[in-house]
Design a protein around this ligand. Structure first.
Ligand SMILES: Nc1nc2c(ncn2[C@@H]2O[C@H](COP(=O)(O)OP(=O)(O)OP(=O)(O)O)[C@@H](O)[C@H]2O)c(=O)[nH]1
Length: 200
């Protein structure tokens, strides 16, 4: 079984606090785009939000999907990863951000295939930048690593990776086989990003 976890609990400060996951990109809400891209390659989709109030905002757009809530507040995405991995049923879980509206299901499927038998499959770009929020993790191993990172006061989403023994880093050339423009990684953080991505 394969699970998909979409992190949507951010405060979108670079967006002036507006609910980033509900931004319209080409006429479709960003969260809907991510749910639709993941659905064909996973058996369940879980959405990680901060709290009940945020679920109220998102649920009309993603009916029938399961939500998890942060149990620890104010520490950023690691809290959402912890809650989501606790709930997920799959041995492997794709953990993705809600702000990648062109995320490519085939790229996520490829990461699942690569991760099989390992602790994680994490994309790495030519300059060395990694994409821990567009990656596939072995659920139990990653959950332990995330808990240890949180206990140690680590906040970076990349921190638990150092605690995993067997991470496969997947280069751009592999991802290009299914997404030649690497659009799957495009990230919306500011209002101007919406306009740029809508033009693609
Ligand atoms: N569940 C949960 N998800 C979070 C939290 N903080 C960030 N995220 C998610 O993690 C991903 C990356 O977040 P960022 O873009 O770095 O932060 P952001 O809060 O969304 O935006 P900024 O406030 O502008 O930095 C996004 O999908 C966020 O929704 C959190 O505290 N809880």
């Amino acid at each position: 079984m394969r699970s998909g976890l979409i992190l949507a609990g951010g405060r979108s400060t670079r967006f002036g606090g507006e609910e980033k996951s509900l931004m319209l990109i080409g006429g479709k809400r960003m969260i809907c785009r991510v749910v639709e891209a993941l659905s064909p390659v996973v058996d369940e989709v879980i959405i990680s939000v901060r709290d009940e109030r945020q679920r109220g905002l998102l649920s009309p757009f993603v009916s029938g999907r399961e939500f998890v809530f942060d149990e620890i507040h104010g520490i950023g995405p690691l809290s959402g990863v912890r809650a989501g991995l606790k709930r997920a049923k799959g041995e492997y879980v794709a953990v993705v951000a809600c702000d990648m509206p062109l995320i490519n299901g085939a790229a996520i499927g490829l990461l699942f295939d690569v991760a099989e038998g390992h602790d994680a499959a994490v994309p790495v770009h030519e300059g060395g930048l990694i994409e821990p929020l567009h990656a596939v993790y072995r659920r139990g191993t990653m959950l332990d690593a995330v808990k240890k990172s949180i206990e140690a006061g680590e906040r970076k989403i990349s921190a638990p990776l150092r605690r995993l023994k067997d991470v496969v880093y997947v280069p751009d050339d592999e991802i290009r086989k299914v997404d030649p423009g690497l659009d799957t990684f495009l990230n919306v953080n500011r209002a101007e990003d919406v306009e740029l991505i809508s033009r693609l």
